[in-house]
Ligand binder design. Structure first.
Ligand SMILES: NC(=O)c1ccc[n+]([C@@H]2O[C@H](COP(=O)([O-])OP(=O)(O)OC[C@H]3O[C@@H](n4cnc5c(N)ncnc54)[C@H](OP(=O)(O)O)[C@@H]3O)[C@@H](O)[C@H]2O)c1
Length: 402
């Protein structure tokens, strides 16, 4: 058995068919000793390099088999290592210039992952809307993306301040009035570890920016997402969550820390990031039968503007941790998981799952527990009752029945 590659075992019934390339395949199952992947011919392979780019084969994605797959840090060497970038995902998926008839929206495109996600989307030839609160900064990004993609007509900068529900409504109105379709929405914008502050609408700023704004924006865009769905290209909402969902679920008794709960930046961020997962799960539960999937993910660790409110002692601690540093990536690599969530053919007709490292994740316990890695989801990440409560409470707050 070779370390970073996958073994092929017996062929059983095949529940789903995925188109994977050698690169994504290698990455999806790094260091695993057990996996179950098959060619339609039922040929057993011992060398995955034999799978040429674009080879079709089947992979069992069922949970009981996935349990055997361990997350490995063996191939992680820090920013710029072997892990794929968002643009490499587009190449691997064979999507370069292939989605000229699609429309995609990415929130929070004046920083790290949003820019790289939009860049990858531009490479598909799609019409791409990028949002941000600072329109000058956003226009500069749009102009750079137009230059790098070589087509000036396909990127539009859309002002949206996520601390204001009115601003979110106005941005959604613009998309609805201007675009005849919407295929992909990536809810990426966020703030982290902010000092306590209430928005103009009276909500704690992380809760407002990271969850409420996305809940409202998605709700208003839903009719367009649903009407744009086709059997071969179901619409998709991708919620960018975080390993920090592990800080805890939403506390519905005091979401804004106005009722006596002591404010903690970590708790505020954690409840918002769990809400991102629940929102995607619930969307998928309600709308997957109608051609809309909701999917969530943790992009991994990337040094971006997101850490600007983190105390410097904490940053120094992280930087002194060699293992943690090996896990960090460039923004282009961090955006890969959201791009594969949005456009990966293996996830095209699926949702209600949480991705990390460009693949469906496992529980935190299986990923190594709290003392091991920051990967894996906590038990509360999949909680239908919590999801339903979040849906009801959020609908009431933003005053939209979804
Ligand atoms: N970086 C990581 O290690 C990491 C780890 C796990 C999860 N994530 C998640 O990845 C996503 C992207 O984060 P990032 O690392 O790319 O962070 P980033 O570089 O700080 O980008 C965040 C984006 O959100 C925007 N934003 C913040 N507040 C806003 C508001 N009120 N209205 C509109 N836009 C607003 C920022 O705009 P401004 O430029 O105006 O601030 C920026 O464009 C987030 O959802 C984050 O939670 C990141």
């Amino acid at each position: 058995m070779t370390s970073d590659y996958v073994m092929y075992n017996d062929v059983y019934s095949i529940p789903s068919v995925a188109r994977l390339t050698t690169r994504t395949f290698r990455y999806i199952l790094p260091g695993s000793t057990h996996s179950y992947a098959f060619l339609p011919s039922k040929t057993s392979y011992s060398d995955p390099e034999l799978l040429t780019k674009g080879t079709f084969f089947s992979i069992r994605t069922s949970w009981h088999l996935r349990r055997d797959i361990k997350i490995s840090t063996q191939i992680q060497k820090g920013p710029g290592d072997d892990r794929p970038t968002a643009l490499q995902i587009i190449e691997d998926e064979g999507l370069h210039g292939k989605l000229a008839d699609k429309v995609m929206v990415v929130t929070g495109c004046t920083g790290g992952l949003g820019i790289e996600t939009a860049r990858a989307f531009c490479a598909t030839g799609a019409t791409v809307w990028i949002t941000g609160r600072n329109i000058e900064k956003l226009e500069a990004v749009a102009s750079e993306l137009r230059k790098s993609s070589g087509d000036s007509s396909r990127v539009t900068a859309l002002e949206m301040d996520q601390t204001s529900l009115a601003s979110v409504r106005s941005a959604a109105r613009t998309v609805l009035a201007t675009s005849n379709k919407l295929n992909i929405l990536v809810n990426n914008a966020a703030v982290m570890a902010t000092p306590y502050e209430l928005t103009v609408d009276g909500h704690e700023s992380q809760w407002a920016t990271d969850h409420l704004a996305h809940f409202l924006f998605t709700g208003l865009l839903l009719p367009k997402l649903l009407s744009s769905s086709t059997p071969d290209f179901p619409s998709r909402v991708v919620n960018v969550s975080s390993s920090s969902h592990r800080n805890g679920p939403p506390d519905f008794s005091d979401l804004d820390f106005t009722g006596g709960r002591e404010y903690s930046p970590g708790k505020g961020y954690g409840q918002s990031k769990t809400a991102n997962i629940w929102h995607a799960n619930r969307l998928n539960r309600i709308y997957s039968g109608k051609g809309l999937h909701g999917i969530s993910l943790n992009p991994g660790g990337i040094w971006t503007g997101l850490q600007k409110h983190v105390p410097s002692e904490q940053i120094e601690k992280w930087k002194a941790d060699a293992n943690l540093m090996k896990g960090t990536m460039t923004s282009a690599q961090g955006a890969a998981t959201q791009v594969i969530a949005a456009l990966g053919s293996e996830f095209r007709s699926t949702g209600g799952i949480y991705l990390e490292n460009c693949r469906e994740s496992v529980s935190a316990e299986e990923a190594g527990g709290d003392g091991g890695t920051l990967y894996g989801y906590k038990p509360w990440a999949f909680d239908p009752e919590g999801e339903a409560t979040l849906w009801k409470v959020s609908s009431e707050i933003v005053r939209v029945q979804i």
